[in-house]
Ligand binder design. Structure first.
Ligand SMILES: NC(=O)c1ccc[n+]([C@@H]2O[C@H](COP(=O)([O-])OP(=O)(O)OC[C@H]3O[C@@H](n4cnc5c(N)ncnc54)[C@H](O)[C@@H]3O)[C@@H](O)[C@H]2O)c1
Length: 263
């Protein structure tokens, strides 16, 4: 831990902590002194993240959590309280992609729609609701960070997926405004496409290392800054928004996109 640790002593939950943005963020949170509940529907991958944190000298516990299930989300909050005494930071990051990458609007079935809404939007609703209830009980504020997407800011990246992320953005702003009176901040990071996480493979994209590298380069080149967006870029923004350095920042939708949206 550095001497100027940004999250010293904080108790945090990161959902989707078994991979990609969630894993990178859990590691950075711990590096900045937070004690982390690594929550994921895949308990094995969450345990691997805990192993990485512990190997680096940090403190973390793994919980199995399907963010679309209220009992699971409540249990993750309970785990934070039981393990670390309280909850300070809720990072609602877990999300799923368009089921068949490239699927057009009418290719989506009702089941596809329900699943996307259930994980991407209901998951953030449940995580935010449980966190706000806990923060209000503790009485001294708290921080929510949500993972939205560039696909929720512009029409890009899947119609239904984008709509769930636009919902996450609006929920973020609404919680920020309602929560302000209790000292609760809520912000979202909005990444552009990151082929290097497991996300696109989860959406059916073939994931050979060569293809991933080529896609990464191609997507990165479409950004004004010209570089691929990484899970670590997102983790850095999440640490900042979760920390006191962002004490007067709430309701913000922060693109992590190399300038894509600004163009
Ligand atoms: N990768 C991208 O191109 C991209 C772009 C913009 C936004 N995002 C968003 O970033 C977030 C993280 O994506 P990533 O790229 O790290 O993906 P990833 O697939 O590498 O990681 C997602 C993690 O979430 C977990 N998860 C899936 N469903 C869950 C559920 N119901 N409950 C709990 N955990 C669940 C998975 O097991 C996995 O560990 C998502 O919200 C995604 O929508 C990703």
């Amino acid at each position: 831990m550095s001497s100027t640790a940004l999250l010293d002593g904080r108790s945090a939950i990161v959902t989707g902590a078994g991979s990609g943005v969630g894993r990178a963020s859990a590691l950075r949170f711990a590096e900045e002194g937070a004690r982390v509940v690594c929550a994921d529907i895949d308990l094995g991958s969450a345990k691997e993240t805990v192993g990485l944190i512990e190997a680096a000298g940090g403190t973390a516990v793994a919980v199995a959590c399907d963010v679309s299930q209220e009992d699971d989300v409540a249990a993750a909050v309970a785990a934070a309280v039981e393990s670390f005494g309280r909850l300070d930071i809720m990072f609602n990051n877990a999300g799923i992609p368009t089921p068949r990458l490239g699927a057009g609007f009418t290719d989506h079935t009702v089941a596809d729609f329900d699943r996307l809404v259930s994980v991407n939007l209901r998951g953030v609703f449940l995580g935010s609701r449980q966190a706000v209830l806990r923060f209000r009980e503790q009485g001294d504020g708290g921080v929510i960070v949500n993972t939205g997407s560039v696909a929720g800011l512009v029409s890009w990246g899947g119609s239904v997926y984008g709509a769930t992320k636009a919902g996450v953005h609006q929920l973020t702003r609404a919680v920020a405004i309602e929560g302000a009176q209790y000292g609760i901040r809520a912000n979202a990071i909005c990444p552009a496409g990151m082929p290097a996480t497991n996300f696109m493979a989860a959406g059916g994209m073939p994931s050979s290392p060569e293809l991933l590298e080529a896609t990464s380069r191609q997507v990165g080149a479409s950004h004004p800054l010209g570089r691929p967006i990484t899970a670590e870029d997102c983790a850095e923004a999440a640490v900042f928004l979760a920390s006191d350095r962002a004490a007067n920042i709430t309701g913000v939708l922060l693109p992590i996109d190399g300038g894509y949206v600004a163009r």
